[in-house]
Design a protein around this ligand. Structure first.
Ligand code: KIV
Ligand code: ZN
Length: 521
């Protein structure tokens, strides 16, 4: 993408860092398969650059970046590197097979970081910038350089650093608000000053990268673009270090909805935003807050009588963008127990699912079962059910039956029947609460060494008959898997989620050590 093309049309490049800055925040780890699925979705929704990971960080990160680089057809794939030769070489190796590969290298420039973290002088850091950017440029044409903590760096020194990076061959210059400290006016002014003062500034595209510590990441992002930046770094659902990064969906919809104030355009298909949000939330097990702008459950819900009255008369009274424009279907009320298989298949199609005959048959059975137990079946219920069904393909362990005794009297007891490789066995176990009792029963039936890293429950919709969606993350020998289970009974959903995670772990063992992949751990 040339500087010219992006600037002339006031087109902004959307650089998504969900798989790097997003994934590195505590608890948001994604498996290899989940990263591939997210990268595919980002590519199909029109993101321009996908930062796929930090290749030197681990073998897993390297493999994910390399795999994403090999398969992505449209977007540029970037790998992150510190200003260290080994990092840069590893990132270069990871993006080698990309149609369009980028090395993104960074170094701190602020006095606080230089004194306390780097223990280097300004002159030393300038030398490092020249050497490392040049090294990256020898490996790939497309090199991004970032001044970490740019917003707390004196402007004169920041200009010297940017000048050195451009002279050494950087094609994109990113000036991050690493600690989420800047105000919009300051951020805009910084870009204006650097672009005016650095002689060769027109040789590079400038980029914004904002953290949300003061809740100003999106405002700062748009101010930076006003200051001349033409690349926006952001993440789905705004996940990222600490309070997160600027949310992609908010930036995209601000540009689309307020074209009068922000005269820019981007390539992202906004009708895929809600789907992307759900996929990232499911992969990371990070819930999306209900009132989250654009993609939250309540973003298009109107509760008060006055608002509902206005909406019925004309939707523009209280809606500044349509739900359809971000991928929310007009009504989330769907089907009931009288709906047939064809209606169910049609519904799946509109929700973006294409199931094979067997999976469709299973999903339909479970839908009927759910419709018998739940008054209203919403789109979200069907999505939870189908997502779980897709995850069950090839499973070796299945929950056949579960009875739980809970309450104040104790001990809480679970009687569980699992089908393991076609054979049904029942065990009873007690525990410190019903969930613990269920997990103990699973341990007794399928001995394993995996440890439970996360247990999370969400209600899929409102109401006391809502389905519970449980996420479980298990880890074993450095491998970590997340799986979900859904059911109106939270205990059944918990058992299903744990068993689904065990199935995933077993499948992983099978891939890495075919001879040692027994059901028992
Ligand atoms: O916030 C930051 O400064 C970063 C850099 C690595 C670009 O994420
Ligand atoms: Zn960051």
């Amino acid at each position: 993408m040339s500087v010219q093309a992006a600037s002339n049309k006031s087109r902004v490049i959307i650089f998504d860092t969900t798989l790097r800055d997003g994934e590195q925040c505590p608890g948001a780890t994604m498996t290899f398969e989940e990263k591939i699925e997210v990268a595919d979705l980002l590519d199909s929704m029109g993101v321009d650059v996908i930062e796929a990971g930090f290749p030197i960080a681990s073998e897993g990160d390297f493999e994910a970046v390399a795999a994403i680089a090999s398969r992505i057809q449209r977007a540029t794939v970037a790998g992150l590197a510190r200003a260290i030769n080994a990092d840069i070489d590893r990132a270069g190796e990871a993006v080698r097979r990309a149609k369009r590969g980028r090395i993104h290298t960074f170094v701190s420039t602020s006095p606080i970081h230089l004194a306390h973290q780097m223990r280097k002088s300004e002159a030393q850091v300038l030398d490092i910038i020249s050497a490392t950017v040049a090294r990256a440029r020898n490996l790939v044409e497309d090199v991004e350089w970032s001044a970490m903590d740019a917003t707390r760096t004196p402007i004169d020194y920041l200009c010297q650093c940017v000048d050195a990076a451009i002279k050494a061959g950087a094609t994109t210059i990113n000036l991050p608000d690493t600690v989420g400290y800047a105000t919009p006016d300051e951020y805009r002014a910084m870009f204006r000053a650097v672009r005016e003062r650095v002689v060769n500034s027109d040789k590079a595209i400038f980029s914004v990268h904002c953290h949300n510590d003061l809740g100003m990441a999106v405002a700062n992002t748009l101010a930076g673009v006003d200051g001349g930046a033409r690349q926006i770094e952001c993440t789905i659902n705004g996940i990222g270090e600490r309070a997160g990064n600027a949310a992609l969906e908010e930036v995209v919809m601000a540009i689309k909805t307020r074209g009068d104030a922000y005269a820019y355009e981007c390539n992202v298909d906004s009708t895929m935003l809600v789907r992307a949000s759900k996929q990232v939330s499911a992969a990371t097990s990070f819930p999306v807050q209900y009132n989250k702008a654009i993609v939250g459950r309540n973003a298009f819900a109107h509760e008060s009588g006055i608002h509902q009255d206005g909406m019925l008369k004309n939707t523009t009274t209280y809606e500044i963008m349509t739900p359809e424009s971000v991928g929310v279907s007009k009504t989330s009320l769907v089907m009931g127990k009288h709906s047939g298989r064809n209606a169910f298949r049609d519904k799946l199609k509109t929700l973006g699912y294409e199931l094979g005959d067997n999976a469709l048959q299973e999903a339909f059975k479970r839908f009927k079962d759910l419709a018998d137990r739940k008054k209203i079946v919403y789109d979200e219920d069907i999505e939870a059910l189908v997502d779980e069904e897709i995850g069950r393909v090839g499973e070796r362990v299945r929950v056949d039956a579960l009875t739980v005794i809970s309450g104040t009297m104790g001990p809480q007891t679970a009687t569980l029947t699992l089908n393991v490789d076609g054979q049904s066995t029942t065990k009873q176990a007690t525990g410190n609460g019903p969930v613990d009792a269920i997990f103990n029963a699973i341990h007794a039936l399928v001995p394993h060494t995996a440890s439970l890293e996360l247990y999370q429950v969400h209600a899929v919709t409102a109401g006391t008959d809502a389905q519970a969606e449980v996420s479980v993350r298990l880890s074993e020998d450095g491998r970590s898997v997340t799986a979900r289970g859904a059911d109106p009974d939270t205990m059944v959903a918990s058992a299903r989620a744990y068993v689904a995670a065990l199935n995933k772990l077993m499948a992983k063992r099978l891939k890495s050590k075919p001879e040692a992949a027994g059901a028992a751990g």
